[in-house]
Design a protein around this ligand. Structure first.
Ligand SMILES: Nc1nc2c(c(=O)[nH]1)N[C@H]1C(S)=C(S)[C@@H](COP(=O)(O)OP(=O)(O)OC[C@H]3O[C@@H](n4cnc5c(=O)[nH]c(N)nc54)[C@H](O)[C@@H]3O)O[C@H]1N2
Ligand SMILES: Nc1nc2c(c(=O)[nH]1)N[C@H]1C(S)=C(S)[C@@H](COP(=O)(O)OP(=O)(O)OC[C@H]3O[C@@H](n4cnc5c(=O)[nH]c(N)nc54)[C@H](O)[C@@H]3O)O[C@H]1N2
Ligand code: SF4
Ligand SMILES: [Mo]
Length: 745
């Protein structure tokens, strides 16, 4: 091990010397083993390292330019198959947030006076283990739960989930992917038999009709939009969104449907396509089940009903039908406008139904394609060990548990035989006193969860709250009893899985500040402090865990077993699952861009995809005379990321983002409410009221207003309702009232 970067490690060694124990002895003797104060010696000091970006699920390849062994600059990788030399502002600025002043640099514990004060790692670990054990002893093992993320490497997610459940005896754990992808997961599982987004980004370039539903690609996935712009077929681009977003503006057709009327629209679309004879009968007969019942069901959705319920006029609806009917390679793409809905699973499945019935799947430029959100949402779906058992398995299935026990070489009774509660159910457990402790890692729940006033009221019901984050200043860290300082992207090793199922590598090219440790190393410390070294004997490095993931995925739809090591990944420009061993035998390599279902075979045991459908349901909080507007929320700009703990620390990104949050409101509504452009306006729901500047614009339709989620106040207004199948929060519908306020008010 190189000793060049020992300064921090020596400081730590001094700090922990007084707390001799098995854990601290190793930290003191071999701090490098925990990655402390070091960047990998394998990289030449002035080399260029390659890594995928740490923000969105596009997964752009970046070149990290090193000086004296540490990254000092970033450029997009021209050879990476995803972005081909492009990056959005967040990618260019990915290093800046690492240098922020408010990084968590040492563990902190809440003292008797209620202040968070600095402590040592050994003491932090003691507190951690005591805190977990005392809750579990008093209230049972299941009384401690965890909330994770789609923003850590898969190796860390797998370790976190395995440690919590198989090691510490927790039963319930979920993550921020519940807020994001749960709907797509559920939809794919029911329709295809496995959670498998079928596409490759090449499909953006090969379609002749692209249908983007509830997806503001220009803002949220700018480089995917660039891929659309490279499409040489002069495609029709249809954006289905109540707002005239940047993406809608750039499209060839904007379908401004009424919020939450998607299901009626898509069933009506299916009915119109059936009437026109657009069904691919051969495909439907050979590869699907349930079409006749579906056709029968949608016959009630005629044009008049679509027009009445969605607010789209008849000519616009006919043009939509016509465009799709004439398309030879039609692709359907959806994001949060679909997933974050009270009936999102059925809406996603309506898009899958449309693709299946028209035979638009498995061929170039087609598909029913969920665009993921966070850099590793896909990794968390497969390996976070939360609601699915590792590798997309089922906790309640005896043979699945036996497989995992055998592969990991652990006793099978270490694996819970019940399904984990979802995020919302875990919080209900807190409310009812069944869950008394939470370990929150890499998600800022106290900003991002729906209905914040309610969320915050639950804090006092927790006996012990641990928050593990890069920053000590997040809304959630400030509520914690114990804060564990984590290294971030760029300060650790591992892999992410992007939207098109591509596994890409991230690299350690920076020292983490102070005593912050990679989450992986924190999990090792926890395992050690809890006396679980034997159980996690094989989990020493991220690459060890990658090997376990290969074994866990063998012969499953998400097979990674053919990826021999990280080097193979890097040399191939990332690899899309599945990569079975046969695909890389004797030096062979799979094609660089691949889609699923080319052979029409789906993952249900009979090989057939299912048509799934259900009658539309009313929203949970409809508008009325007192609260006449629909509040929509979402991404504000390409320079802002979620709760802004990272992007808010880049001066460049701050300049690219609005200087304060603004309420988008239609000019007619502004006039009716007496609101001036740029004036202050109060937005009130039944839960709270906040004052913001008005942005008077036709981006939003009459009757709806929009607030970006980046403002911590936005979720004080949202209404906590959920899709019943996916438990995903419906962030994009709450009833609000608008009032003008004077500048003094
Ligand atoms: N710059 C930036 N990029 C990001 C992120 C970020 O925070 N900042 N976050 C990442 C993550 S985790 C995610 S999940 C993605 C999200 O990416 P997107 O889903 O594209 O972003 P949103 O703005 O949340 O929502 C998309 C659109 O849904 C529309 N919508 C609202 N209600 C409805 C409806 O009822 N029907 C339809 N059809 N549309 C509706 C909204 O008007 C909005 O324009 O972005 C990723 N990329
Ligand atoms: N109103 C409204 N609310 C929404 C949405 C919406 O559209 N509208 N969208 C929802 C969606 S799709 C999402 S994905 C969520 C996102 O919600 P969050 O997950 O809460 O958002 P982030 O700001 O990305 O939080 C990630 C946290 O992890 C920390 N972090 C980053 N990297 C690391 C790491 O490597 N290790 C550790 N330990 N910490 C790290 C960051 O500092 C930050 O505090 O928000 C949801 N909330
Ligand atoms: S599009 Fe996404 S992955 Fe690409 S540079 Fe921007 S944030 Fe990073
Ligand atoms: Mo998300």
């Amino acid at each position: 091990m190189t000793s060049r970067w020992r300064k921090n490690a020596d400081a730590l060694a001094r700090l922990v010397r007084n707390h001799e124990g098995p854990l601290t002895r190793e930290l003191v003797r071999k701090p490098g083993r925990f990655g402390l104060g070091q960047v990998p010696s394998r990289l030449a000091p002035d080399a260029v390292a390659h890594a995928v970006c740490g923000y969105c699920s596009t997964g752009c390849g970046l070149k990290l330019h090193l000086r004296d062994g540490e990254a000092c600059n970033v450029t997009p990788d021209p050879d990476y198959p995803v972005n081909r030399g492009m990056a959005c502002p967040k990618g260019w600025e990915v290093l800046s947030p690492l240098d922020a002043d408010d990084r968590a640099t040492h563990p902190m514990v809440r003292d008797a006076d209620g202040h968070l004060v600095r402590t040592s790692w050994p003491e932090a670990m003691r507190r951690f283990v005591d805190g977990v054990r005392s809750v579990q002893q008093a209230h049972g093992d299941a009384a401690f739960a965890f909330l994770g993320t789609g923003q850590m490497p898969t190796e860390e997610l797998a370790f976190f989930g395995a440690l919590s459940k198989f090691g510490l005896g927790m039963v319930h754990g979920d993550g921020n992917t519940r807020q994001c992808m749960a709907t797509a997961v559920q939809a794919y599982k029911e329709s295809f038999g496995f959670d498998a987004p079928p596409y490759s980004y090449q499909d953006f370039e090969e379609s002749d009709v692209l249908v983007l539903v509830g997806s503001n690609l220009c803002i949220a996935h700018p480089i995917l939009w660039e891929r659309v712009c490279r499409n040489p077929h002069d495609p029709d681009i249809i954006v289905i969104d109540p707002r005239r977003t940047e993406t809608a503006e750039a499209a060839t057709q904007h379908v401004p449907l009424r919020p939450k009327s998607d299901l009626t629209l898509f069933y009506g679309l299916a009915q119109a396509l059936i009437e026109r004879g657009c069904v691919d009968r051969d495909f439907v007969a050979a590869h699907t089940a349930g079409f006749d019942a579906f056709a029968d069901f949608v016959s009630a959705f005629d044009e008049a009903r679509v027009v009445a319920e969605s607010g789209i006029d008849a000519p616009a609806f006919r043009r939509l039908v016509e465009t799709i009917a004439q398309g030879e390679r039609v692709s359907f793409w959806w994001t949060m406008g679909v997933n974050q809905s009270h009936e999102g699973v059925r809406v996603a499945q309506a898009l899958i139904d449309l693709a299946l019935m028209t035979g638009n799947i498995g061929r170039p430029g087609t598909g029913a394609n969920s665009v993921t959100g966070q850099c590793n949402a896909m990794g968390s779906r497969l390996f976070s060990n939360t609601t699915n058992l590792l590798g997309g398995r089922d906790f309640t299935c005896d043979s699945d548990r036996a497989d995992v026990a055998r592969i990991l070489d652990i006793p099978v009774d270490r694996i819970p035989d019940e399904r984990s509660l979802a995020y919302d159910e875990i919080l209900e457990g807190v409310r009812e006193g069944r869950i008394r402790g939470l370990w929150i890692v890499a998600t800022n729940s106290a900003h991002s969860w729906i209905d914040q006033n309610d969320f915050r009221s639950l804090r006092e019901k927790l006996d012990f709250l641990v928050v593990q984050d890069m920053y000590a200043s997040t809304e959630t860290a400030e509520m914690a009893d114990l804060v564990l300082p984590a290294a971030g992207w760029g300060e650790k090793e591992g892999t992410f899985i992007n939207s098109e199922r591509r596994i890409g590598r991230i690299r350690k090219v920076r020292r983490a500040p102070g005593e912050a440790l990679a989450d992986f190393q924190i999990f090792r410390l926890v395992a050690n402090a809890a006396g679980l070294d034997d159980l996690f004997e094989r989990w020493k490095t991220p690459e060890d865990v990658f090997d376990l993931m290969r074994a866990l995925s063998r012969d499953r739809p998400c097979d990674l077993s053919g990826i021999e090591d990280y080097r193979m990944l890097e040399a191939s420009g990332g690899m899309q699952w599945p990569v079975p061993e046969s695909a890389t035998r004797d030096g062979a390599r799979p094609e660089q861009e691949r889609r699923l279902f080319a052979d029409g075979g789906f993952f249900h045991t009979d090989g057939r995809a299912r048509f799934v459908f259900e009658a539309p349901r009313p929203v949970a909080e409809p508008t009325d005379d007192a609260y006449p507007f629909v509040l929509l929320t979402g991404r504000g700009s390409s320079a802002q990321w979620h709760t802004e703990t990272r992007t808010g620390k880049s001066a460049t990104l701050r300049k690219l983002a609005p200087s304060e949050s603004q309420l988008e409101i239609h000019p007619d509504d502004a006039i009716a409410c007496g609101i001036e452009p740029g004036g202050l306006v109060a937005v009130a729901s039944r839960r709270d009221r906040l004052v913001v500047r008005a942005r008077v614009t036709t981006v939003v339709p009459r009757g709806a207003v929009f607030l970006a989620m980046h403002d911590a106040r936005t979720n004080r207004l949202t209404y906590a309702s959920f899709d019943p199948y996916s438990h995903q929060p419906s962030y994009k519908h709450a009833a609000v009232r608008i009032e003008s306020v004077t500048d003094a008010g």
